[in-house]
Design a protein around this ligand. Structure first.
Ligand code: SF4
Length: 398
């Protein structure tokens, strides 16, 4: 399935762009994590630490001389056999495919796994991991829900300090303040580049198809940050030189995919049905902190402050009533979007518990919206295509 683009014949930037997207696509399809094995070989057996969605302090793992690896599930490429046996039918798909990847050996290359307190499913998966893989370092990373400095701030700083100690014991370097500042600077650059990509898409979505943006950003879940920064820069340069022309499509914001990821073909389906996705929440770890983390002073305290003060309005976080709805309306206006598509994974408690509140805020703001559910291994898109196509047509005709 291809995304429709309106490229000028003979545009030389198209071949460079194709090469970059193909590289990112190969990483997307690397469900055996061979790229991580190669990285370890090339780096003298250095360690790699996986993390589940939605947030992990990648700066700390990097400062320990290790490779942070985003474990986002198996998508539509992994057949679930053993994973299904571990879970009841009424939970989302992500933990099934993560267990499958673990039991089929794909994740053997990871020396540790971090399970953030995203939801009960991921919290419980951390316990399962300890039983299933006793030789793997497992960290349940409890993120603060109280954002006051003397409560949530102190708690989170202690959590992160323990992680630094653990990674050193696991054979990594000590994440000293100096090393941390260096890593923070690299991830600041990464966030700036990803943000630039998102801004380019808002400005001219026909030059940045979401199916391409998704792959380029997702490559950062596997590549070292230094390499991902280069990839983003090259892609941004290709976009800036692009001669692609606009098509008659509706501008929409997509919400609900912050944890379990939509299959790439679902993103392409939305584009083919006439939607320019101009904002989304997939792989939200890439955009977690709004702006830079300071590299002055105490880097650990800076990471904590950035988390407390500049985290996104994500369903997994507790925010005062009304704030998430306001944030979505504001994001829709900032992206000059004409509608919102709520697209949550089936049985995703955080997304589906938030949805009535954010939906009400969007309706109050008189922004057109629609919703559907997906699973990472959804394979039939005809119904979604018809629904999204009708939604895009209704926006264009209004
Ligand atoms: S998709 Fe939703 S319910 Fe499932 S693990 Fe992620 S946050 Fe939890």
């Amino acid at each position: 399935m291809e995304t429709p683009v309106n490229a000028a014949a003979g545009d030389p930037t198209e071949s460079l762009r194709t090469a970059l997207v193909e590289r990112a696509d190969a990483l997307y399809r690397d469900v055996d994590f061979n790229c991580i094995r190669e990285w370890k070989l090339q780096n003298g057996g250095a360690k790699a630490v996986g993390f589940l969605p939605i947030y992990a302090p990648r700066e700390i793992i990097h400062a320990a001389g290790m490779l942070p690896v985003g474990v986002l599930g198996g998508g539509d490429a992994v057949e679930i056999v053993k994973g299904d046996a571990c879970f009841q039918s009424y939970i989302c798909h992500l933990p099934r495919s993560v267990v499958e990847l673990g039991l089929n050996g794909a994740l053997d290359c990871l020396d540790g796994m971090i399970f953030p307190s995203t939801c009960d499913v991921i919290r419980n998966l951390s316990g399962m991991w300890q039983i299933l893989f006793p030789n793997c370092y497992v960290k349940y990373l409890d993120m603060p829900q109280n954002y006051q400095n003397h409560i949530g701030g102190e708690f989170f700083e202690r959590e992160l300090s323990l992680l630094i100690d653990d990674l050193e014991k696991l054979g990594g370097e000590r994440a000293t303040p100096q090393r941390l500042r260096h890593s923070i600077a690299l991830y600041n650059e990464n966030r700036r580049l990803v943000e630039e990509l998102y801004k380019l898409r808002i400005h001219a979505p026909w030059t940045v198809p979401s199916s391409e943006l998704y792959l380029i950003v997702r490559a950062g879940m596997l590549l070292p940050v230094e390499e991902h920064n280069k990839l983003c820069k090259q892609y941004i340069d290709a976009v800036r030189a692009s001669a692609r022309r606009p098509m008659d499509m509706a501008r929409v914001v997509l919400r609900g995919c912050f944890c379990e990821q939509p299959p790439l073909d679902l993103i392409k389906t939305l584009e083919r049905s006439g939607c320019y996705i101009v904002d989304d929440d997939w792989m939200i770890v890439s955009r977690w902190i709004d702006g830079d983390v300071s590299t002055e002073g105490d880097p650990l305290a800076n990471l904590v402050q950035a988390f407390l003060q500049r985290s996104p309005a994500c369903p997994s976080l507790y925010l005062q009533k009304g704030k998430k709805g306001d944030a979505l309306v504001e994001a829709t206006r900032d992206a000059r979007a004409e509608g919102v598509i709520f697209s949550a994974p089936s049985f995703c408690d955080p997304a589906l518990l938030d949805q009535p509140m954010t939906l009400a805020a969007v309706k109050n703001a008189q922004i057109p919206c629609t919703s559907f559910l997906f699973a990472e291994n959804t394979g039939q898109f005809q119904t979604i295509r018809e629904q999204a196509g009708t939604f895009a047509d209704a926006i264009k005709l209004s």
